[in-house]
Design a protein. Structure first.
Length: 178
């Protein structure tokens, strides 16, 4: 009985320390990757501004072949919403185009509903390297609320999500260079 009390007290102390530490840990995160595509900036931007085209290159869009998708609005314009409902790997959520600067940048808002509710900001930036090469930067930022931000110390968000961005950007490069 004494062992159980000491064990439970020790466990409570560890949990309390973790909760206190989480209060002082960073809550914001940003992940981004880039690739150079052998196409002019106008060609690349014209392709990536359409959310439906992400089905052709995004790793997340390819994780569930039975994913249900629906759309609201006109693709490639501010206010367009792409909704998804998939397996446990992709969950349920939606993505909305929030801002477009032609041949420069597209900003999205990602609203995850399941398995965990959260909102994150994403973007794709195009930059002409020269007349026939374009650098594409794909990024994602968000905030992990307390006390869940404690997990960020144990997980490398940049490495975890960055690998998925790299796959998506490689797919995009291959698609546009065909």
């Amino acid at each position: 009985m004494r062992f159980i009390k000491k064990f439970l007290l020790g466990l409570l102390i560890i949990i309390a320390i973790a909760l206190i530490a989480a209060a002082f840990m960073k809550k914001d995160y940003t992940v981004q990757r880039d690739v150079v595509i052998n196409q002019p900036e106008s060609v690349v931007f014209e392709y990536i501004k359409y959310l439906k085209n992400q089905d052709q290159f995004s790793k997340w869009a390819q994780m569930d072949s039975n994913m249900k998708k629906s759309y609201e609005g006109t693709d490639g314009t501010v206010g367009f919403i792409s909704k998804w409902e998939g397996n446990k790997d992709v969950g349920i959520g939606e993505q909305e185009i929030k801002n477009i600067v032609p041949n420069e940048r597209i900003d999205f808002e990602l609203r995850f509903k399941k398995p965990m509710e959260s909102t994150s900001q994403a973007f794709m930036i195009t930059e002409a390297v020269d007349s026939i090469h374009t650098k594409v930067t794909w990024g994602f930022s968000g905030r992990t609320p307390w006390p869940f931000n404690f997990m960020m110390a144990m997980m490398n968000f940049d490495k975890l999500l960055g690998a998925d961005f790299e796959i998506g950007l490689d797919n995009l490069k291959n698609k546009l260079e065909q």
